[in-house]
Design a binder for this molecule. Sequence first.
Ligand SMILES: Cc1ncc(COP(=O)(O)O)c(C=O)c1O
Length: 408
Amino acid sequence: MSLFANLPEAATDAAFALIEAYKADTFPLKVDLSPGFYRDEDARPWILPSVEKAKQDLLNDSTADHEHAPILGHEALIHSAQRLVFDATCEDTATIASIQTIAGTGANHLGALFLAKARCPRTVWISDPSWINHQEIWQLVDSGIERQTYPYFDKQSFIIDFEGTISTLNLKAREGDIVILHGCAHNPTGLDLTKDQWKAVADVCEEKKLVPFFDVAYQGFATGDLAEDAWSVRHFFHNTSLEMLVAQSFSKNFGLYGERVGVLHVVCRTEIARSKATNMLSRLSRAEITTAPINGAKIVAKVLGDTNLKQQWQNDLLHMSHRMKSMRKRLVDALLKRQTPGAWEHILTDIGMFSMTGLQPDQIQTLKERYHIYLLPSGRISITGLTEHNVEYVAEAFHKVTVATKFV
Ligand SMILES: Cc1ncc(COP(=O)(O)O)c(C=O)c1O
């Protein structure tokens, strides 16, 4: 008998399973509303023009080689990443320990590992619902750290349960607990806190001595505005004395999904603490990946370090966020025109690529089996799967499944 025969069964990843099922589907009108990837007007992957230009420039660089990056990562990437997310001056960065990671997932993982080793926290607070990997990462990093949720989403009215969020943190969180916060474009709800609400969360974190851990996977991609999408992080950084972590991903905003580019920042507030944190991060990362991949890092650094390319990139971000906004409107118009049962108007004001539909598991199953439309069992849709060619088909299918269920 194998040493591994009694391993517990792990559930297959719902999102990746759907991607495979969609690929295997030969129906010509199939629609993929499941993945967290940007798709263009024809539902195809899109290479950002700024990224394409940077790639060409890098290919023409005859001095380029395939040597390792330093343990902390590609230096130009790290500096640009700090400025981008914190709007940090050189003086500010003297107390931030930053390290390149395997995209946003790696930054979340390394951050969790770092906190587990450095702080032994009792509890990590995760929004309900949240990006599915938050629970999994913390569970695997240290199952002794209690994972608790704060109620973020009011499923009946498709709004944020702000009272629930604040009162849970106020009444139940204890000093030293970690709070995972989505910097912008909350996944899966598409609902972000207002600036006043962010200020209130920052106040609770300060009063209760909690440790915020921001997950920033959509800066610029969410609204097209880099400053707006980083407002929450910048508020905590500039207007509080909180020490905190930021997991920064360049997957969505650069369309560099498979290149795996990310940075983890630990805001320490003193230079001595920064040096200690840097040391610990280097050690943990060395034991896991030695050094991070260089190709995507060079592309991001090139774009952020060149005024013209950065301008082009901001135009690319606007292009993506405008397309998502216009698809939101097309879908809602098509559903309202049909008087489709359900609450749809929030889709217009949700931010980023996701929205919750309220569709039920049996309806989602019918959408897949009868209409070849794929979405996650939670009812989350990815707006980028919608195009001018398929939006009426999708609305009609949503209409049919909701009407059929209503009159059963
Ligand atoms: C909130 C959130 N964090 C992190 C990630 C991971 O991104 P990456 O592909 O950079 O690992 C995602 C991706 O869907 C996400 O939605």
